[in-house]
Design a protein around this ligand. Sequence first.
Ligand code: FAD
Length: 343
Amino acid sequence: KRKPMIGLQPEGDVDWSTYRGVLVVVEQRGGRAKPVSWQLLGQASRLAAKLEAPVMALVMGSNVSHLAQEAIYRGADRVYLCDSPELENYRTRPYSRVCLHVIRTYKPEIVLMGATYTGRDLAGAIATHLPTGLTADSTQLEVDDERLLLASRPAFSEKMLATILCKQFKPQMATARAGVFEALPRDESRTGEIIPVPPQIKPEDIAVEVLEFLEATGKVNLEDADVIVAGGRGLGGPAGFRLLEELAAELGGVVGASRAAVDLGWISHDHQVGQTGTTVRPKLYFAIGISGAVQHVVGMQNSTYIVAINKDPQAPIFKIANYGIVGDLFHIVPAITETLRRR
Ligand code: FAD
């Protein structure tokens, strides 16, 4: 039992021991879940095993019941499902009302969401209403012997890793970066419980009506890509990225970049991989003309296969690469693209 801070929670002793388990809020669009949701379910399973507590998932949206079963295959023991036409498009109030209802009714001790635009918005709205603490943009999530969530995130211009605890209140909440945690292998033999949750929507919640949803074009989606062909200063200029685009097109992948290439204005920041860019976890990552600075490596080291192409045999990138090609990228990259085209 911990005495809550006056003014934030009801005065008097609150028995936080009734809060148990780890809840992951599954983010989806158009019935397709964001990979970060399954990655968080993987990490939630690891935390819940230490806590000897259940793994829960919350699925919200319209025509999303298939995702409830999918969440069980991905590690959930229990899924709260709110499937309603009013939830077709994300809006803060209707979505946060469902979340608040589930949290207040089923009392998870930890709530996790992706640090996406939606996750950041929703987590903040919920945390203020409960109210409890929230660690945003975590890159490490552990639990200690006192069942406290240790959520760590880069701080002070990424120079430090801060570990943040919410000692007084439950649930302990965190958003976490995509690509950092590993999803469990999909297991169709897993079974679990699906609990329908009614939409908690009130007329005043529908302050904004979404008439049409248009996906932004031209923006690269590194987080969801299976193949990333990334280039750095070794490309020598923006024209070098054309070679990478051709290779990426053959592999059905997208183009990434080091910060050096972005800072030089050769490619836009949404392509940047690394500590101050996007953390990625593709099946195949090409690092071309990239030296392998630690700030780049932290953003891509969890890729399944890393192929490095660099003319310097001592480049640090070769220490983490599964396959290394020492040589001039301007000869090697077109040769790989041409070979793939001929197949
Ligand atoms: P370089 O280190 O200059 O490497 C270029 C490489 O290309 C060399 O290894 C060279 O041998 C090779 N090369 C040159 N010509 C050829 C050729 N013809 N064929 C083959 N190989 C060739 N960096 C990031 O990438 N992402 C981040 O998010 C990030 N965040 C940062 C945050 C902070 C707080 C700080 C201080 C730095 C950050 N950096 C980040 C910068 C990082 O430290 C490096 O400066 C950067 O990653 C270097 O980019 P690069 O590998 O493209 O360039």
